[in-house]
Write a protein that binds this ligand. Structure first.
Ligand SMILES: *Cc1c(COP(=O)(O)O)cnc(C)c1O
Length: 423
């Protein structure tokens, strides 16, 4: 019996239930992935007990000599992995990384410029409901609704008119590569600092199959848990001349003590991402997204921008008789997990939407490839064209066969799932 089971059987049971849910479903949520057991182990370690406000060698607490080594290793690896001059591995999340990066180059009340949420940007890029939209004066650019691509002329025009303190680019539902060089030229002309938020595609950059923003942006922010396949957390990379101000705005600017157990897990994930097989993983993620996209297009679905260069697909459902919300619910009944998503030109609320977003990073981690993507395209299409219980039941059966053929943690001695699943 595990310690958790002994001490708190209710939470233990819920952890097991979640493990089974993950093991038994097709996870196609573009922002999710599955970490290795090594990453899990580092996160579950006693490093969580240590207070370490400050930075390696400059802490406000004693006893930091070991966690200093952990954090220094994480910083060193992040710099090596992405070719960056400086890294801050303390942000608790992507949102925290963005707030610290903004405060490093802008003061409250200053103008900031980001891509609008409905066009594929992110909440933290100046949306009115987020602190970024309340503390700063946000101006927003978008995509050309006929092509689904970033309208770079609009970006230039707006930047020169508004002269924002910063321009941020990189979204959560933009399937294509971004021209970072063009963004930097615009930022330079407008007297703005360029921040690239690579939260979604950081793993593809690490794996060498998506252009790196690091040579072009003064500051790059990221999550560590999406395509990068590390623990839930954030990361900031920057050029040497921004290192002091970035560090100050993470701590003491916006955070207290760092999560050294998570930083240890980030270091493990960076190490994993430097291995040759991670390059193959990243390339397969993109290939899988393209094959799944082709399969859905052949069945009559419209992809925003006509396809993908990354791990994600944005599907425009305006020609269909159902909403994004209905599609998400129907697929969920068959244990196929995607999310409803707004699309460029959205007319429905973000709770309903006219689109869905699909990503391949999680299933690629499970080992699925092109043949499975074709099958999954067929399954998605079957459910969406007939949401009856009979079809859902038949597809659920096929989901079960697929997930059994590609176990997640089941076949390893995984503390998260082995006991419940062995029964
Ligand atoms: C996911 C995401 C974030 C926020 O990350 P959290 O860890 O959820 O705070 C920020 N920016 C972009 C572009 C994202 O996709």
């Amino acid at each position: 019996m595990s310690h958790l089971e002994k001490v708190d059987p209710r939470i233990h049971a819920l952890v097991q239930q979640e493990a089974e849910r993950q093991e038994g479903g097709l996870e196609l949520i573009a922002s999710e992935n599955f970490v290795s057991l090594a990453v899990l182990e580092a996160m579950g370690s006693g490093l969580t007990n240590k207070y370490a406000e400050g930075y390696p060698g400059r802490r406000y607490y004693g006893g930091c000599e070991v966690v200093d080594k952990v954090e220094s290793l994480a910083i060193e690896r992040a710099c090596e992995l992405f070719g960056a001059e400086h890294a801050n591995v303390q942000p608790h999340s992507g949102a925290q990384a963005n707030m610290a990066a903004f405060l490093a180059v802008a003061d409250p009340g200053d103008t900031i410029m980001g891509m609008s949420l409905t066009h594929g940007g992110h909440l933290t890029h100046g949306a009115s409901v987020n602190a970024s939209g309340r503390l700063f004066r946000p101006v927003q650019y978008g995509v050309d609704e006929s092509t689904g691509l970033i309208d770079i002329d609009q970006v230039r025009e707006l930047a020169l008119k508004e002269r924002p303190a910063l321009i941020i680019v990189g979204g959560s539902a933009y399937p294509r590569v971004i021209d970072f060089e063009a963004f930097r030229a615009i930022a330079d002309d407008a007297g703005s600092v360029l921040i690239v938020d690579m939260a979604h595609f950081a793993g593809l950059v690490a794996g060498g199959c998506y252009p790196s923003p690091v040579p072009h942006a003064q500051i790059v922010t990221s999550t560590t848990h999406k395509t990068l396949r590390g623990p839930r957390g954030g990361l900031i990379l920057c050029t040497g001349d921004y290192s002091k101000t970035v560090d100050k705005q993470v701590f003491p600017g916006t955070q207290g003590g760092p999560l050294e157990h998570v930083i240890a897990a980030k270091a493990v994930a960076f190490h994993e991402a430097m291995q040759p097989d991670f390059k193959q993983y990243a390339a397969r993620v993109v290939k899988n997204a393209q094959v799944l996209g082709d399969s859905l297009q052949q069945r009559g679905f419209t992809l925003v921008s006509g396809g993908t260069d990354s791990h994600l697909l944005l599907i425009d459902l305006r020609a269909q008789s159902y909403t994004g919300k209905e599609a998400e619910e129907a697929l969920g009944r068959a244990e196929i997990h995607i999310n409803k998503n707004t699309i460029p030109g959205e007319t429905r609320s973000p709770f309903i939407t006219s689109g869905i977003r699909i990503g391949t990073s999680g299933l690629t981690t499970r080992g699925m490839g092109e043949a499975e993507m074709k099958t999954i395209g067929e399954m998605i299409s079957d459910v969406l064209s007939d949401m009856s219980n009979a079809v859902v039941t038949r597809v659920t059966q096929r989901v079960q066969e697929l997930t059994e053929a590609f176990p997640l943690y089941r076949d390893s001695a995984a503390p998260i799932s082995s006991q419940a699943l062995a029964d």
